[in-house]
Design a protein around this ligand. Structure first.
Ligand code: ADP
Ligand code: MG
Length: 635
């Protein structure tokens, strides 16, 4: 609790203590003994003391709101209800309700305090993520380390990260060996080993050794800054259910207030009983009209769900996406880098007659030098020699086809059948299963390289988990060859696959699948953000994985998985369903209890005590329930 909350709590406790003493004195006959016939007036004044101690700020707020012409808010309702209860002293033919009026204010404040505490608590769960924000970076100047604002560090500067410190900016290790703790970003508890040449991502904690890191991005574009921006904006995108509740509260409250007015006025005018009786029922209505249980618990649930997911490295960009995710019944996967590792092994090198196999591999590696595609990365790894980048000009990437580049005045093409056909080159088929990279030099075919990728460890389990969670169809889309696609689909238990798609074909495929969606079902697309950003945007929910580095993915996706483990998709789905379940539990429960009390109050069975317990009790239970959303477990 913060200072303000502590003062608030103490004020409430004091008021409750005074209230208890007065009530005891009244019940034990002490008031009667002292004040005799003036007992009611004494009680009126005495109960006013705890009432004002606990509720003076509520009265003040109500007064401000009335002057602004904004009635119907909680403070106003509570003020009218409690002042009304005190005013029963004017009806000599009824039991005065001062104790009740005072109690309503006390409990209302207990509920408010609780609510403010719960909201603070769930903020904290998100701000523990905020802790990943670094305040400084170490830079070496004249042989001494100085702390500077990370914003001042230029791209290419070398920063020093001491053991125990957080990496402030994305970069590449130039010196040092260490273990990195990535748990705050990915929820992954196994530390990552890094040494010279390894990329490091801001937000990780450097555990064991001193690292010199050459920055590759400005602070504002580093992973940490982007994540924080994303999480901070998440509460702006509201779920349908959330908007519905806000709209509902806006109607519900005035309706109940007018019903209360009607209940207090019409029956006594019609001669159905004494005024005091009906006015009391009307006041009880007012106490119940407060929609706080809903208005607070629904956003709190979403907030909790998003916060809980972020602890596992699952970043959801808004409650609306959490809600959509719970309705997903079709999950579409990109193959390379999503279901498979994206690290291709060279299976075979098939040069044409008279071509040296090393020359084939070298040509391919040179042409791929400037590409970030998983294929390119793997080929560069497989090529043992150095790549002299000065020899390369006009490197070009054709997505879904391959690459072209000039190396020493020779035009090299590396890619699939489509690329060959497009450039009118001849090529040989290959009987092996795998991704085939054909290579031409100045239009002459010099052979092909067969590469193969392995599926991720947890991919098959993920597909099973998704089916178990109620996903009807898992679809795989790929630009790779049909036989490769089929082998992967069979191995993983994918329901449907489409092969040899260009990036734009993937958009069409997703559009057709969207058209086939029935009823409320939604479609999620999972990709790695490399040349599939348009598809990520087109799907109902775009999920990007392995986003620790890829900017395009963080930008285009609705849900970002920091890790590249497919099992996090199933995990995100479970969190979304749990959140929605809790949201609806709260809606049904809160409305159910309120309606029941309204009915009981209308027929005169419920008194103010029941109403206030109903109202505050329901709010507290709903809030406690909502806080369950924050608890998530990884499987
Ligand atoms: P996926 O759908 O599996 O993610 P892509 O759409 O990225 O695959 O690529 C589809 C196909 O295009 C690859 O299987 C490969 O044949 C070819 N290709 C794409 N990029 C490259 C590259 N950099 N070098 C060689 N071939 C490539
Ligand atoms: Mg891809």
């Amino acid at each position: 609790m913060n200072k303000k909350q502590i003062r608030w709590r103490n004020r409430i406790i004091l008021a409750i203590a005074i209230f208890a003493v007065i009530m005891a004195a009244e019940k034990l006959g002490a008031l009667d003994a002292i004040f005799g016939p003036y007992e009611v007036y004494a009680a009126f004044v005495l109960y006013l003391i705890p009432f004002l101690i606990a509720g003076h700020d509520v009265l003040k707020k109500a007064w401000h709101n009335i002057r602004r012409g904004d009635a119907f808010d909680e403070a106003f309702l509570m003020t009218v209800a409690t002042i009304g209860a005190f005013a029963t002293i004017l009806f000599p033919d009824t039991e005065p309700q001062m104790a009740e009026g005072c109690a309503v204010m006390l409990f209302y404040q207990v509920g408010e305090l609780f609510q403010s505490y719960a909201v603070g608590q769930s903020r904290k769960s998100i701000s523990s993520l905020m802790d990943i924000a670094p305040d400084y970076a170490n830079i070496e100047r004249d042989g001494k380390l100085v702390e500077v604002d990370p914003d001042e560090v230029q791209v290419g500067d070398v920063i020093v990260v001491k053991p125990g410190e957080r990496v402030p900016i994305d970069g590449v290790v130039v010196e040092g060996v260490s273990q990195l703790d990535t748990a705050a970003l990915t929820g992954e508890s196994v530390p990552r080993h890094v040494e010279a040449g390894a990329g490091v991502i801001s937000g990780c904690i450097n555990m064991t050794g001193m690292l010199h890191v050459q920055t590759t991005k400005p602070f504002g574009e580093s992973t940490v800054s982007r994540i924080l921006e994303l999480v901070e904006n998440a509460s702006e995108k509201k779920a349908k259910t959330e908007n519905f509740i806000t709209r509902f509260a806006r109607v519900y409250t005035p309706v109940v207030v007018f019903a209360a007015l009607a209940l207090a006025i019409i029956p006594p005018l019609a001669g159905m009983g004494p005024w005091s009786d009906w006015v009391l029922r009307g006041l009880t209505f007012l106490v119940v009209s407060c929609p706080c249980a809903l208005v607070i618990s629904v956003p709190l649930s979403f907030f909790g769900g998003i916060g809980g997911a972020s602890k596992l490295g699952i970043l959801v960009k808004g409650s609306n996406y959490l809600e959509l995710l719970s309705k997903v019944d079709t999950v579409v996967f990109d193959k390379t880098g999503t279901l498979t590792n994206g690290t291709f092994n060279v299976v075979a090198v098939h040069p044409e007659e008279g071509v040296d196999p090393d020359r084939l591999l070298a040509s391919a590696a040179y042409a791929e030098a400037f590409s970030d595609h998983p294929i390119a990365v793997s080929i560069k790894q497989a090529y043992s020699g150095d790549i002299d980048q000065k020899r390369i000009r006009d490197a070009h990437e054709e997505s879904g086809h391959g690459v072209s580049a000039h190396v020493d005045e020779h035009l090299i093409l590396v890619g699939n059948d489509k690329l060959m056909a497009e450039h009118g080159a001849r090529w040989n088929e290959c009987e092996l299963t795998g991704t085939i990279l054909h290579v031409t030099v100045d239009g002459h075919y010099i052979g092909h390289i067969v590469i193969a990728d392995v599926v991720k460890d947890d991919a098959a389990q993920t597909i099973r988990d998704l089916h178990a969670a109620g996903v009807k169809k898992c679809v795989m889309l790929t630009g790779d060859r049909r036989d490769v696609a089929k082998a992967v689909a069979d191995e993983l238990g994918i329901d449907e696959f489409q092969a040899q798609l260009l990036p734009e074909d993937k958009v069409n495929a997703v559009e057709q699948l969207l058209a086939r969606e029935q009823g409320d079902g939604k479609l999620a697309f999972v990709g790695d953000g490399i040349n599939d950003a348009p598809v990520l945007m087109r799907a109902d929910v775009g999920i990007a994985m392995g986003a620790m580095g890829s900017d395009a993915a963080i930008e285009a996706a609705d849900v970002v998985l920091m890790d590249d483990k497919p099992s996090n998709i199933a995990c995100a789905m479970r969190i979304s369903r749990k959140t929605m379940r809790i949201v609806w539990q709260n809606i049904v429960f809160a409305l159910g209890v309120k309606i029941a009390i309204l009915i009981l109050a209308a027929v005169g069975i419920a008194n103010m005590w029941l109403a206030v317990f109903g109202d505050v009790g329901v709010a507290i239970i709903a809030i406690l329930n909502a806080m369950r959303c924050m608890k998530v477990e990884q499987r």
